[in-house]
Design a binder for this molecule. Structure first.
Ligand code: ZN
Ligand code: FE
Ligand code: FE
Ligand code: ZN
Length: 264
């Protein structure tokens, strides 16, 4: 096994186990590198039940850094899953600038007041036009890529988490965001957690990964583990798929500097 760059900790209030459990599981599964990318603190009114507080950020950083020095048999990276929400972009940018992360993934979890990947708000999908929802979502992803403050885009199409997908025109709706990712030279995360959800496919799906390959967009691989047993979730088959699509390497990061690892 290779690299898993999307692992959470219980500081986010919805993940199980202690960080050591994820590290031990990764070693058992034969990973030689993993990255924690827990949910970034946000101003209090923004989704406080799904993230650490700003006062807990030092604990997160110290915990991961301590694991880095304790484990010699596996490389551990300090990442963060940073919400892209236009109103709070300066707040997020300040946290990114003031701390020494190895990499920063952008995630769109809210369109206005609607938490799109939160079960609490699932009824919104029944009230809205799905194609319009997707257009608005990918417009937001595009803006995230344009900020130039992120190294990668997490779960590119998490909007499909609950299985609501456009009947047609998916690629057309997503292409502009993909091209913007390419123009800004950031990575696309291939996130296997969609395989555990109603989406029943990776974020993004094969059609989008083909397009990303065509555009020569670099990729990282993440399981979005919120449980130690999810580390490297269905990576074997996903890596085989990526190779079939024509991908030969994955991105890795150290202190925000990107390098590549061969998939073969
Ligand atoms: Zn989470
Ligand atoms: Fe997320
Ligand atoms: Fe995550
Ligand atoms: Zn996530």
């Amino acid at each position: 096994m290779l690299i898993d760059y999307h692992i959470h900790t219980r500081l986010c209030k919805h993940a199980n186990g202690v960080p050591e459990d994820y590290v031990e599981q990764a070693i058992k599964e034969g990973f030689f590198e993993i990255g924690f990318a827990d949910h970034i603190p946000m101003p209090n009114e923004y989704d406080p039940e799904n993230r650490m507080t700003i006062l807990e950020l030092p604990e997160y950083i110290n915990t991961i850094n301590e694991l880095k020095s304790r484990y010699s048999e596996i490389d551990i990276k300090l990442g963060i899953e940073a919400d892209y929400f236009p109103k709070y972009i300066d707040y997020v940018k300040k946290i990114i600038d003031e701390n020494e992360f190895d990499y920063v993934l952008a995630a769109v979890h809210f369109l206005g007041k609607w938490g799109i990947d939160n079960e609490k708000y699932i009824d919104e999908f029944k009230k809205r036009n799905i194609n319009e929802v997707y257009r608005e979502y990918f417009e937001t992803v595009k803006k995230a890529a344009e900020t130039k403050i992120f190294d990668g885009i997490a779960h590119f199409d998490v909007i499909k988490k609950f299985g609501y997908k456009p009947k047609n025109g998916y690629l057309e709706i997503a292409t502009d965001a993909l091209e913007t990712i390419k123009e800004n030279d950031i990575c696309l995360e291939i996130n296997t957690s969609g395989l555990r959800k109603e989406a029943k496919e990776t974020y993004p799906n094969d059609e989008i990964i083909f397009k990303a390959r065509e555009l020569d967009i670099p990729i990282i691989l993440g399981s979005d583990s919120h449980n130690p047993s999810e580390v490297g979730w269905r990576f074997r088959e996903t890596i085989e798929k990526l190779k079939r699509i024509g991908y030969g390497k994955l991105c890795r990061f150290s202190e925000r500097k990107r390098s590549f690892l061969s998939l073969t």
